[in-house]
Design a protein around this ligand. Structure first.
Ligand code: ZN
Length: 341
């Protein structure tokens, strides 16, 4: 079985975006603000948006199940206040839930949280619990920078975040550490802000003793871990100078990397540097990089091809495709077992 742990509903029907634009307009002119109930998207529209896009590509490329969350760049936690994010997150999560109900064999949900800059993350817990307990979601996306590129929140190791971690541990769900749109002109959203955040999150974990407080907490760092695998020597050396344990003991029981690296040498390096138990298959399809690589003639985000062509043994490939995901996402494992898989 091939599990893609990183997919977003980037192809949601147009009324969703229209509703969001009205919600944003309503921040200036409350008379323009829509009610949540004004958004109407039929099951047929949801079905079509998936069948023609993500599901078609999954079948074509040969993956079976995608952990599916709302479009990351649309989370835009910096817009409005907690109420704004709360209504928006509920709508987006409910849509992903509908996808998972319409295509139960191919999609399972991960939640976006109603984060808002300067607001206690504890306020996200009711939405988180609803998604896990009522919708059967198996993970969350946690934005370490709800300000959208200005980094006004404390680091992930700060007690500020602990209420979320306590709930994650209790519910046995991992978090993908995933920022959203950059509203800082210095950082391109998917080319800089995403990769900066991946690297930053890893370093925040490295300099802290977060996982001493939460030995079973699990973070998935997407986009191949940003700059982390490429600079593994630097991180090992910094940990040594900080008198931290070896990275393997210090972080690798808790931190995992996905395979959203869009060329062969990148995947080869990831597989060589990072222990195979910490690598999870993902493509983030259909996402930031949608083109075809003229050097290979294949889509950049067809990441399965790189895994297949890597030096990983058959046993290791099984870990990357399925085994590791079932270990890091215990609720996913249980959902599969309940289906006899
Ligand atoms: Zn993503």
């Amino acid at each position: 079985m091939i599990i893609d742990i990183h997919g977003h509903y980037t192809t949601a029907p147009k009324p969703l975006e229209d509703w969001r634009n009205r919600q944003i307009a309503g921040l200036k002119d409350p008379s323009a603000a829509p009610k949540a109930s004004e958004l109407r998207i039929s099951d047929d529209e949801v079905r079509e948006s998936i069948e023609k896009n993500q599901l078609a590509k999954m079948k074509e490329r040969g993956s079976d199940l995608t952990v599916f969350s709302p479009r990351a760049s649309f989370m835009a936690h910096h817009i409005g206040n907690f109420e704004t994010s709360s209504t928006w997150a509920a709508i987006c999560n409910e849509l992903c839930h509908r996808v998972s109900r319409l295509f139960p064999e191919n999609f399972i949900g991960a939640a976006m949280l109603p984060q808002s800059p300067g607001v206690d993350p504890r306020t996200c817990i009711p939405e988180l619990e609803k998604c896990v307990k009522e919708y059967g979601f198996v993970a969350i996306n946690l934005n370490p920078d709800p300000s959208g590129g200005h980094w006004t929140s404390p680091p992930l190791s700060d007690r500020h975040w602990y209420p979320i971690y306590e709930k994650m541990v209790e519910l046995e769900i991992p978090a993908m550490i995933h920022v959203s749109t950059s509203c800082n002109a210095c950082f391109h959203t998917t080319g800089a802000h995403y990769l900066n955040a991946d690297t930053t999150a890893f370093m925040q974990c490295l300099t802290s003793d977060l996982f001493r407080d939460f030995p079973t907490l699990k973070f998935v760092i997407p986009h191949g871990g940003g700059a982390v695998p490429y600079h593994w020597g630097r991180f090992r050396g910094l940990a040594q100078e900080l008198k931290k344990p070896l990275l393997k003991e210090h972080l690798l029981n808790n931190v995992f990397f996905d395979t959203c690296v869009y060329h062969q040498p990148g995947i080869d390096l990831l597989a060589k540097v990072i222990p195979v138990d910490n690598i999870l298959f993902a493509s983030e399809m259909i996402g930031a990089v949608r083109g075809i690589d003229p050097e290979t003639g294949h889509y950049y985000d067809d990441t399965k091809r790189y895994i297949e062509a890597s030096a990983l043994s058959a046993e290791d490939r099984h870990k990357v495709y399925e085994g590791n995901a079932r270990r890091v996402y215990p609720r996913l494992d249980r959902a599969l077992k309940a289906r006899g898989l």
